[in-house]
Design a protein around this ligand. Structure first.
Ligand SMILES: [Zn+2]
Length: 228
């Protein structure tokens, strides 16, 4: 028996399609959200104009789930802080970073009416100081973007929690099979906007989720269960 956990970042509106897939297949998931960059209304996914000069994923925007729709979209899933405005270690002061992490947690706990002691490091950036500050603030884990092989629960410091791979990693099933041999936790992550409006990628992901859910040797868990 192995346990499988997944988490998804940034609160993009492509999560609407994603959460429908997870509900259909009874998959657990954690969503890492930034309440400081949400509008009241949901901004739906869209392609930018060809001359758009800002950041995009291959010219595509995943949009953003609005405050009004948060509980409808993410109801039944676990929620974790991803800072108010994606404050990233190394780009803002330590004080600003930790305020972003803690304020986001408070808003998310009020919105969802549950404890949200988890964290995902924006851009995967960490430092010794920020790890200590996050631990002192009472967070239980912080997901990095480091990949490990084998049981993801064999982690030295939960504030530097590593996953096995990204959901589009070419070695996704190899990593999964490795954990199956030894037992333990297989943990993957991603951003739903990476699938854009490409039906092939969405079908591919749904197939993965279905295969995991239908595997009698697999049990879905939440990310917080990895460190509990
Ligand atoms: Zn992010």
């Amino acid at each position: 028996m192995i346990r499988v956990a997944q988490c998804w970042d940034d609160g993009v509106a492509t999560d609407i399609r994603l959460t429908e897939i997870f509900r259909k297949h009874n998959a657990k998931a954690t969503f890492n959200l930034c309440p400081g960059i949400m509008e009241d209304e949901t901004v739906m996914p869209h392609w930018f104009e060809p001359t758009y000069r800002g950041w995009s994923h291959r010219g595509f925007s995943g949009g953003r789930v609005g405050k009004k729709d948060l509980t409808k979209v993410y109801g039944g899933f676990k929620i974790a802080s991803h800072c108010m405005k994606h404050e990233t270690v190394g780009r803002v002061s330590l004080e600003e970073f930790i305020r972003g992490a803690v304020d986001a947690r408070k808003i998310l706990e009020d919105t969802f009416g549950m404890e949200c002691p988890g964290f995902a490091w924006p851009c995967g950036a960490t430092s010794d100081d920020s790890v200590k500050a996050l631990r002192d603030a009472g967070f239980r884990y912080g997901r990095t973007t480091v990949n490990v092989s084998g049981d993801a629960s064999r982690c030295e410091d939960p504030l530097r929690l590593a996953a096995n791979c990204h959901f589009l990693a070419p070695d996704f099933w190899m990593k999964f099979d490795e954990v199956k041999k030894t037992g333990g936790v297989f943990y993957f992550w991603g951003h739903s906007y990476e699938m854009m409006d490409c039906d092939g990628l969405w079908k591919q992901l749904e197939g993965k989720i279905a295969a995991i859910s239908e595997d009698p040797e697999v049990q879905w868990i939440d990310v917080i269960d990895i460190v509990s």
